[in-house]
Design a protein around this ligand. Structure first.
Ligand code: 5GP
Ligand code: ZN
Length: 114
């Protein structure tokens, strides 16, 4: 499949991988927007948040969030706080069409988002 993140999962394209289990992979963003900026992706290709199916995908999406919290704790900024973001389609700013959770930490973030 012609998908950048599937290729990272398959080790066809290198990435700085920080966590892996049977269901998810986490790696450092190539263009970090915070001292720590990781992407957490399901190993199964799901193009957008609109494509999540009730039958079969809900536990996987929960696992993305659970992994973000675990990595935030490992990185030492769980208590200070952090930002998780999932962008969907054009207006949401999605550029890679394989769902991913951004985990950003190590600085204070503003709200609302731009
Ligand atoms: P989106 O804009 O779809 O929410 O996020 C895509 C993210 O993927 C961006 O933050 C971008 O910096 C990151 N990215 C794009 N290409 C690569 C790559 O080849 N390797 C890594 N590690 N990150 C990438
Ligand atoms: Zn993919």
């Amino acid at each position: 499949m012609d998908c950048l993140f599937c290729k990272i999962i398959e080790r066809e394209i290198p990435a700085d991988i920080v966590y892996e289990d049977d269901h998810v992979l986490a790696f450092n963003d190539i263009n970090p927007q915070a001292p720590t900026h990781m992407l957490i992706v399901p190993k199964r290709h799901i193009a957008t948040l609109n494509d999540i199916e009730e039958e079969g995908d809900l536990a996987l999406v929960g696992r993305l969030q659970f992994t973000a919290a675990k990595l935030a704790a490992e990185q030492g900024f769980a208590e200070d706080g952090y930002r998780v973001v999932m962008n969907c389609n054009d207006h949401g700013g999605q550029t890679v069409y394989h769902i991913h959770m951004h985990l950003m930490g190590g600085r204070r973030f503003t709200w609302p988002a731009g």
